[in-house]
Ligand binder design. Structure first.
Ligand code: SIN
Length: 550
């Protein structure tokens, strides 16, 4: 247990007597696969407002390349898919949740096909790709390596036809509103209309992940971890925040974004080689390039330390330039932008923060510890991924748990009658008189610190130093009352950086994506697996180990 460095409940000052109110049955926050699927489902039960901080199609989902996993092949089964998911999760997956997702995921995928999703086919047959940790070919993809865009296109077309849904774009979630221990909606900032209070019978948090707290990340600009910070301030329980997945292969060219070079590329037979031309993955795992993602990222880190390289390389030359360009048109174009000819050149890559496995603890019905708040998608920790996520399981989770969250919201609305009406609520933070801040400098410093100290390899010493630095920055960043998104996001990023680091310090073992250099590389099988939970309680930050059933 530790005293909070900032006891503030709301980031902004507001007074319900002075700002606009909007009432709805269900408020959905976020427009990735989970949020949109949740809105479509919830709209069967009542009025829905979906808010998103930029345009509807700007979410991590849009950037997903590899695909969506589904046990559709003749030689595959739900049990095989579940077994792979649990094995790669290193003891932290919840088998019942895994089974639900891989089973219901097939129905959700078929539903998408009925709604017009165009997965790549060979004649009538959907083509299935291979990715690391999956023992079968089971990855559906679209336009080669643009699966996320196709899912977004399909889901948004469906949303557009769905009655009862209002969409507010450019609407930033500042905080969830709680009254008497219950979530009753949110205070938001709309670029056009300013502060608003959105009152909701049920709120579904699907605000995505927080990879932007790391300097090296595949995540889009919007992924600043707002959902975690907001839920934490509201008192919801968070789980396993230290479990950050690093994608092994992102383009490493100065000036480029850390764009994915999809795992599917290795699935189709690409090699990983180091600066000396050595195909080094066989030194680390019998499945070589198709080992689980945590193994590949840690192997690359180790190889770079040994060879003194700054990156390793993906070699696709033997796959044939024309075939590669047809199978991976987006990656081919991306490489061309940096003068990399995939038929002739090696593709320089390095790991980068990719996916937050931990998040707001949610149960099999997407319920959180906070009454009135449901959570799904990357924002949630639902128990599917364990300590290491299988590639292409996250779009699946978003679809399945989006639909579940919408159903639960509907059931709760029926149980409770009408939505919550406007109430008196007010937040008054003291106005800080301390110095003006260079927010981009704070963000860059935080992102570098997190990459350096809380990245692929962690230790007690580095984590303790990180907490001290974040606490120090927090003293003059978290006492401010900002009136714009840049300020609020920066505050959220500091909170999320601290939650990840505190979790990493508390998890005294290496497990899956969480590798501690001061502990053995594998968890001790004689010790029971546990979740690390974090929760705000009054002015305290409570952090503890909970048994797996928790
Ligand atoms: C990839 O295409 O490698 C990313 C897939 C994922 O993270 O699920």
């Amino acid at each position: 247990m530790a005293v909070l460095y900032d006891t503030r409940r709301y980031l902004t000052n507001f007074d319900s007597a002075r700002i606009g109110h909007i009432l709805t049955d269900v408020l959905v926050i976020g427009s990735g696969v989970a949020g949109v699927r949740a809105a479509i489902e919830a709209a069967r039960h009542g009025d829905v407002i979906l808010i998103t901080k930029e345009s509807l199609d700007e979410s991590a989902t849009s950037y997903a390349q590899g695909g969506i996993a589904g046990a559709m092949a003749g030689d595959d089964s739900i049990d095989n898919h579940a077994e792979d998911t649990v094995r790669v999760g290193v003891g932290l997956s919840h088998p019942d949740i895994v089974h639900t997702v891989v089973r219901d995921g097939l129905e959700r995928i078929n539903e998408l096909v009925r709604w017009g999703a165009r997965f790549d086919r060979d004649g009538d047959r959907i083509v299935l790709g291979q990715e690391g940790g999956h023992q079968r070919r089971r990855i559906l993809h679209a336009n080669g390596d643009q699966t996320g865009r196709e899912l977004v296109r399909c889901l948004l077309a469906r949303l557009n036809e769905t009655p009862n849904v209002r969409v507010f774009e450019c609407c930033f979630l500042i905080d969830l509103i709680t009254l008497e221990g219950r979530c009753v909606g949110a205070v938001t900032f709309h670029e056009q209309y300013g502060h608003q209070l959105l009152w909701a019978g049920q709120t579904i948090l699907a605000g995505g992940g927080g990879g932007r707290v790391y300097r090296e990340t595949t995540n889009p600009q919007v992924a600043t971890g707002d959902a975690y910070a907001v839920a934490f301030r509201a008192g919801a329980r968070l789980r396993d925040m230290e479990l950050v997945q690093f994608h092994p292969t992102t383009l490493y060219v100065a000036g480029s974004s850390r764009a994915l070079i999809s795992e599917a590329v290795r699935g189709e037979g690409a090699y990983l080689i180091d600066r000396g031309g050595d195909r080094f993955m066989f030194d680390y795992h019998p499945d070589a390039e198709l080992a689980p993602r945590d193994v590949v990222s840690q192997a690359i880190r180790d190889n770079l330390a040994k060879t003194g390289g700054t990156c390793v390389y993906i070699d696709v030359r033997h796959l044939g330039q024309d075939w590669f360009a047809r199978r991976f048109p987006h990656i081919t174009r991306l490489c061309q932008e940096f003068d990399i000819d995939v038929g002739r050149d090696l593709i320089p890559v390095r790991p980068a923060a990719h996916y937050m496995i931990g998040g707001v603890a949610a149960d099999s019905a997407a319920r959180t510890s906070l009454e009135g708040l449901l959570c799904c998608g990357e924002a949630a920790s639902a128990g599917l991924h364990g300590a290491n996520r299988l590639p292409s399981n996250s779009l699946l989770e978003g679809l399945v748990f989006g639909a579940i969250a919408g159903q639960t919201a509907g059931a709760r609305l029926r149980g409770r009658g009408q939505s919550v009406g406007p109430a008196k609520v007010k937040a008054e933070n003291p106005i800080s008189r301390s110095t003006r801040l260079d927010l981009s400098d704070i963000r860059n410093s935080l992102r570098s610190l997190m990459w350096r100290n809380v990245g692929i390899a962690r230790s007690h010493e580095l984590l303790t130093e990180t907490i001290e630095i974040i606490n120090f920055w927090g003293r003059f960043v978290l006492d401010k009352t900002f009136d714009d998104r840049d300020g609020w996001e920066t505050q959220n990023m500091l909170t999320v950086g601290r939650l990840i680091t505190a979790g990493a310090l508390h998890r005294g073992e290496s497990r899956g994506v969480h590798y501690r250099t001061d502990f053995p590389a594998e968890p001790d099988p004689s010790k029971p697996a546990y979740h690390v939970t974090q929760q705000r309680s009054g002015d305290r930050h409570v952090i503890q180990r909970d048994p797996l059933t928790g």
